[in-house]
Write a protein that binds this ligand. Structure first.
Ligand SMILES: [Zn+2]
Ligand SMILES: [Zn+2]
Length: 296
């Protein structure tokens, strides 16, 4: 969203574009293009005025032409070979098909493996709380993890399958934010380290915010060390396959102090990390750029 010179937060063009979508014929035009793209397995597929007119139920060509014009620009590109979906048009069709505007569906509370980082208890439960996926500890009532849960993620999946799908997705998000990429809009993500004093210890998290879409993601700092190739390899040498298990199972490594962090200075950030498995220790450093470096 580019701010306007007059300080208004939302440009008129954006209001017009979003307003153009509230019409059955226009949504059907976008859908017809996506459908043809799927059926013909063709990228950048173009459809002529006549082809699109035939694909959509509308009473006159003049009316159809009016609806088409409302979409050209943000959602459709008009070319010599016909009309094709723009990135925005493609995104709208996916939003429509996935039902992102529908409320999140609940699933039955599901016991999940793992250990609470706060109380060490093995009583983690995956649930839906106010439309978000949540892993909480039944023993101390702490919330260990929350994530977005679109309706599409809960469709055609049992409760266990929903939980597995979130588990798979979270590591994907960690991979992206580690490289400064927003998992939602691919914009620039800025990350800081925050400390969370808790009883006798302090936990550290990476708090990432997308500069473009404001998505905020928090993950334990230890996760980026497990993500470093040398960290992943060390775990693998000890038969721990970090990415085969969801992030909340990795919390056990934090609770059991398999991974420990010793923060030297917060600003600029500098910390030493140790992973100890089967009596063997591998050391890493994290600098102010959040670069992880193995220490030989
Ligand atoms: Zn707990
Ligand atoms: Zn974003």
């Amino acid at each position: 969203m580019t701010p306007r010179d007059d300080g208004a937060r939302i440009d008129e063009d954006v209001i017009d574009a979003i307003g153009a979508l509230g019409n059955r014929t226009r949504l059907e035009i976008l859908l017809a293009l996506a459908e043809a793209e799927r059926d013909r397995q063709e990228q950048w597929l173009r459809m002529s005025f006549t082809e699109l007119y035939d694909a959509v139920d509308v009473s006159s060509t003049s009316q159809f032409s009016y609806h088409l014009d409302r979409l050209v620009g943000p959602f459709l590109a008009e070319t010599d070979g016909g009309y094709r979906l723009t990135y925005g048009g493609d995104k709208i069709v996916r939003t429509l098909l996935a039902g992102f505007y529908e409320n999140t569906r609940r699933f039955d509370d599901t016991d999940v493996d793992g250990v609470c980082v706060f109380c060490g208890s093995e009583s983690l439960v995956a649930t839906v709380d106010r439309e978000r996926f949540v892993v909480r500890c039944d023993a101390c009532e702490s919330r260990l993890l929350t994530d977005l849960l679109p309706r599409s993620q809960t469709r055609h999946r049992s409760a266990e399958e929903v939980v597995d799908s979130v588990g798979a997705r979270i590591w994907g998000s960690v991979t992206l934010i580690r490289d400064g990429v927003c998992p939602e809009c691919y914009g620039v993500v800025e990350t800081t380290v925050e400390s969370h004093p808790r009883d006798d210890r302090t936990l550290y998290s990476l708090e990432s915010t997308c500069r473009e879409c404001w998505l905020a993601i928090h993950v334990p700092l230890e996760a980026i060390v497990a993500h470093h190739p040398a960290g992943t390899a060390f775990f693998r040498e000890h038969d721990v396959f970090v990415f085969e298990r969801p992030l909340w199972e990795f919390f056990e490594c934090i609770a059991a102090e398999t991974v420990t962090i010793d923060v030297a200075t917060v600003d600029p950030f500098s910390a030493a990390v140790e992973i100890t498995l089967d009596g063997e220790t591998r050391r890493f450093e994290i600098d102010d750029e959040l670069t992880v470096t193995p220490v030989s």
